[in-house]
Ligand binder design. Sequence first.
Ligand SMILES: [Mn+2]
Length: 358
Amino acid sequence: MKIAVTADVHLRTGGEHPERYVALENILEQTRDIGIKHLIIAGDLFDKEFQNYSEFEALCTKYDDLDLYIIPGNHDPNIADKDIVGANIHIYTEPTVLEVDSTILLFIPYVAGKAMGEEIARAKDKIEGSEKEWVLIGHGEVYGGGGIREVNHLEPGPHMPLTRRAVEEFKPRLALLGHIHKPHEPIPDVHFVGSPCGLDITETGHRQFVVYDTDSGSIEALAVRGEQLYFNESFLIFPAVDEISLLEKEITERIESWNVDPPDHSKIQVRLSASGYSKNRSAVKDALKLGFEGFMAYEDEDPNIEELYSTTDEQLEDVRSRTMELIEECDWDWGVGSEPTRDQVKIAALAAIYGKVS
Ligand SMILES: [Mn+2]
């Protein structure tokens, strides 16, 4: 059997954030269209300090053939069945097991000040001694190996961390988690399902939800067709004769890389910045504005060129190009956490070559 999973919708009123309802409804629609009967929402269905549930209830009434299984997250830690009313709405406020076919789903609601492992331990008798495999549904951070800590930048933790040790001890077949809004798999078989709608310009790109197949144990990501998409594009500029035409080419490539159909371009909001060294900062800014004129600027912001320095030094062209080539040739597929990115290293190298002339 297939089960749809999302998290971190952060609903407020439809007046404040209609796009969040649109995204959630799109998931409900797709879920129904595929013939899936269950949707899990792994925490932060509602935004913090928000208790107006009537719009959500009305939406659930429209999809009364789907069952919604909800756990609280750190933004909505007090939601309960008695407050949010609907025959198809199920909110778990205690560690709870739901058996679906050959799989046990263990819902671990968010509890402030607890580690996820502590709460799994409370439900240990429900998962041990069963022949069936179990899947963890939770809301929190993941502390992986090597001191890596996955945190939500909008709200530094700790928020109910799941440790690698707890995963090794309790051995879920899979963990499907909310809290970090960007979908990824920080340790094997532990997935952040991703949020259906970016909350602000820092949450960029296409949004997704996942479908879990209890038979195969596999998960599949499906695109959410919402009405708002954020992109945050920064460009590294070198003081070359053709710096503007190079920039124009890169702008075209970036827009193509978004992979958004032209009819959907109106859904996009962009934030732009340029850093590095330029012979003509004003022309860089103009090229950015012109290159992205078909898109809405996030909060009407101008392209940010605060980290773009002007230089007229042409003697250093060869030093610059060779250095950039060498940095490009390195294998960058290793660092995580606090290690600098390739672009950060390039910026540091440019500063060494040109000095910070402004
Ligand atoms: Mn959260």
